[in-house]
Ligand binder design. Structure first.
Ligand code: NDP
Ligand code: GDR
Length: 357
């Protein structure tokens, strides 16, 4: 019997960690994830694929650890003996990184270095090749210098988060060149899904749409609506991560749709989906502004298309619909198939009230 390939993920409880785990399990991997000890459960996104490790045939295993704790990372690596490691763990909120710059740098920047050091020693000692994926970000491009952004576009990070990601990016390149490590940087542009964290702008909007429809929320407070983002679907993007580690040579890749949209377009589509006008609900709150903003992101995924055979499968309109439907569904509101079936807010609320009473 051939042994299953073992993969180790940091950030398994996050949006991408959950989709990547599903993909790896489908591909026949044994999946190991590092989770943080928290006072309440934080495994919602992976509960549907988790099995009791005592159960015969269990393929998903969880280990307590933290990117700020190098000793534990080393111990987990020794125990699990993975052949692929995906470093997805991070304090990933750009606005929050201005409030907690030191912790952000520690988890994102130093965390990556701790993991790389552990892999270097493990690989040198055992002779086993470990392939490494680093979750890089379009935020590294920061201040617009060139559009669309490609792998060779210079970085100009504009937040503590982005500065820490640039550090992690170059450390990854350095370990590849210094120690012959199979290490890849994905430079991923924003990617979203119904599993997106609730405080990122897209999910904040679609969740508010559903809550407004359900009568649970009256207003939506947002910050800067002028920035533009290249938004794709998270499930497509984790496929690109996996493909990078299946190549003959390690390399760095931009993963993006090649289209950019304003936040106002996202608002138009998501509120429009339930026949509401966002201007009646959205209000400005300066607390959501950042001290420095990234105004325009648009990626050119040509290299990923040519070398990895990767393509995004979901359009911007489909992504918005998926997310609005996800949030409506979570509140028990079913909007019908792929069209704005919600005609009348009062009727929806009436139906909802009768379905829960
Ligand atoms: P999420 O914020 O959804 O998930 C982050 C994950 O990191 C969670 O599992 C979280 O655990 C874990 N984590 C946080 N701090 C630590 C720590 N100190 N040690 C170990 N784990 C930690 O992020 P996404 O899934 O959206 O993104 C995955 C990665 O890709 C991140 O590194 C992000 O910066 C990067 N990225 C994301 C993009 C996007 O658009 N989504 C685009 C480009 C890059 P917990 O559940 O306990 O909080
Ligand atoms: P971003 O995503 O900073 O691009 O980082 P986010 O959704 O937080 O912001 C996108 C844009 O929306 C503006 N904005 C608001 N943002 C939030 N979160 N909340 C608001 O109320 C709000 N109002 C306006 C922001 O100013 C910004 O211009 C995401 C994260 O997933 C990173 O980890 C990842 O690296 C990058 O995407 C690529």
């Amino acid at each position: 019997m051939t042994q299953r390939k073992r993969a180790l993920l940091t950030g398994i409880t996050g949006q991408d960690g959950s989709y990547l785990s599903e993909l790896l399990l489908e591909q026949g991997y044994e999946v190991h994830g590092i989770i943080r000890r928290t006072s309440t459960f934080n495994t919602d996104r992976i509960d549907h694929i988790y099995e009791d490790p005592h159960a015969e045939g269990a393929q998903l295993f969880l280990h307590y650890g933290d990117l700020t704790d190098g000793t534990t990372l080393r111990r987990i690596l020794e125990d699990v003996k993975p052949v692929e490691i995906y470093n997805l763990g991070a304090q990933s909120h750009v606005r929050v990184s201005f409030d907690s710059p030191e912790y952000t740098a520690d988890s994102v920047g130093m965390g990556t270095l701790r993991l790389l050091e552990a892999i270097r020693d493990y690989q040198q000692r055992t002779g086993i090749e470990v392939r490494f994926y680093q979750a890089g970000s379009s935020e590294m491009f920061g201040k617009v210098q060139q559009v669309p952004q490609v792998e060779t576009t210079p970085f100009y990070p504009r937040s503590p988060y982005a500065c820490a990601k640039v550090y992690a990016h170059w450390q990854t390149v350095n370990y590849r060149e210094s120690y012959d490590l199979f290490a890849c940087n994905g430079i991923l542009f924003n990617h979203e899904s119904p599993r997106r964290g609730e405080t990122f702008v897209t999910r904040k909007i679609t969740r508010a749409v559903a809550r407004i429809v359900a009568g649970k929320q009256k207003k939506l407070f947002l910050g800067n609506l002028d920035s533009k983002r290249d938004w794709g679907y998270a499930k497509d993007y984790v496929r690109a991560m996996w493909l990078m580690l299946q190549q003959d040579q390690p390399d760095d890749y931009v993963v993006a749709t090649g289209e950019t949209h304003e936040i106002k377009e996202f608002l138009d589509l998501s509120f429009g989906y339930v026949n509401l006008d966002w201007q009646d609900y959205v209000e400005f709150d300066e607390r959501y502004l950042r001290p420095a903003e990234v105004d325009l992101l648009i990626g050119d995924p040509t290299k990923a298309k040519q070398k990895l055979g990767w393509e995004p499968s979901v359009t911007f309109e489909q992504l918005v619909r998926l997310m609005v439907e996800g949030d409506l569904g979570a509140l028990g509101i079913h909007s019908g198939n792929h069209k704005p079936a919600i005609q009348d807010l009062a009727t929806i609320r009436e139906n909802l009230a009768s379905s829960v009473s």
